[in-house]
Design a protein around this ligand. Sequence first.
Ligand code: UDX
Length: 474
Amino acid sequence: MKICVIGTGYVGLTTGACLAYIGHDVICTDCDKEKIAGLRQGRLPIYEEHLPDVLAAGVQSRRLQFTSEIAAAIEAAEVIFVCVGTPPDRDGKANMAAVEQVTRQIAEVARGHKWVVGKSTVPVRTAERIEKTLRTYAHGRFTFGVISNPEFLREGTGIYDFFHPDRIIIGRDHAGAEACMRALYAPVLEGRFDCPAHGRPAQACGWRAPVWLATSTASAELIKHAANSFLSLKITYANAISDLCELAGANVEEVLRGIGLDPRIGPQFLRPGIGFGGFCFPKDLSAFHEIAAELGYDFRLLAEVQAMNDARPRQFIAKLRDALWVLDGKRVGVLGLAFKPGTDDIRLSPACVIVRELLRVGMRIRVYDPQAMERARRELLPPEGSAALEYCESGEAVAEQAEALLILTEWPQFLALDWAAMAARMTRLLVLDGRNLFPLGQLEAFGYEYISIGRPTNLAAVTLQPEVALPAGS
Ligand code: UDX
């Protein structure tokens, strides 16, 4: 099929590249001409595992093209994916300016018949508005159907997620829309692709047929916000349990494993830490809260989740203050800036919130992240006048004269750092692990004092005591 993808952010670029990989003719377009010029020269704007290979395959087969000529891209397509950003406004609502602008562009240049597919995360009833806008500005020059097809791609595993979805949701209010989307996703639905990670057929790399769920457009739009908000809530619940464990002297890992084994709860998204971040959960949560309010529903559960998550970085800093007493003027090493491992994205990353706050209170920071250094240099702007942030070439280097090391992103690489050599460079052997990356006991073996989330700091509390022997004859 001939497809146009408007917007080459995480969602658009991954979707466009994968659709070309499964055999469609895809033109990706974006109003950012520089980005398109870079993509044409093979320069990727983001770090995403396997994306370079999938893009290269598309370009080589000539099924994937990039252009800043949006009108031409729209004209050539049967199906138009709208993947532009919906960033949060000051009041937490999703800003729909880009979606509206793209809709009007489509209305102005389209001819024949077009399917317009919304992939951007949008407030419920956006499809209705898109439809109305198309009708208003198209003046009958073409026929169309609007489809909502929410994406569930996680950053860092977006390519895997495209080929191995649990479900494909199609919101459609028009006859023919579902058949069009079924034809478009047929290779993924039927496992007819070679896995980009290994080049082996889908069946040989764990592919399972996804559930196909066709709904109304309003339901599809709600599913996306409801899913992300539920996951945010689940993480926040795990964080609350970790606080309780600290107060009660219990181990959050044991408690969460105990509850996650109940299949009605499940073990995923129960990792406690310094809070969720990234450009989806925080913004979707506040947008969903606002949408509910506009519809006349007070979804205060979501407001509480947001407030509790916002408090996580402060709680972590309180632990550091408790351990170091005075923060002003002290040096710490920071491992990790990305909002999660596997990405260079630092948008709304709790790690960056912590770094900024520590700089504000006068700490000196040496920092390292395996992927996010370049973006951090551009985007992580320390408070004005602060020259206390140093970027290091390796994880080991952040330890130099540090009073403490802070693990803020759970990159697996950090497990393999030379922790003995790092200890020799530090002023005080203290690690605060904001992601519970290490098993208890591992860093203590190097002589570190180790403080994590919801787990006992005193190793003696973790070591099982011998059972008390009962007196003979009792
Ligand atoms: C999310 C959704 O998972 C995806 O389906 C959606 O469409 C886009 O938003 P993403 O933002 O890439 O994906 O990251 P995700 O892996 O969901 O993690 C989000 C945040 O939650 C990260 O900051 C992560 O560190 C945090 N998290 C996740 C936890 O703190 N604990 C957990 O148990 C899981």
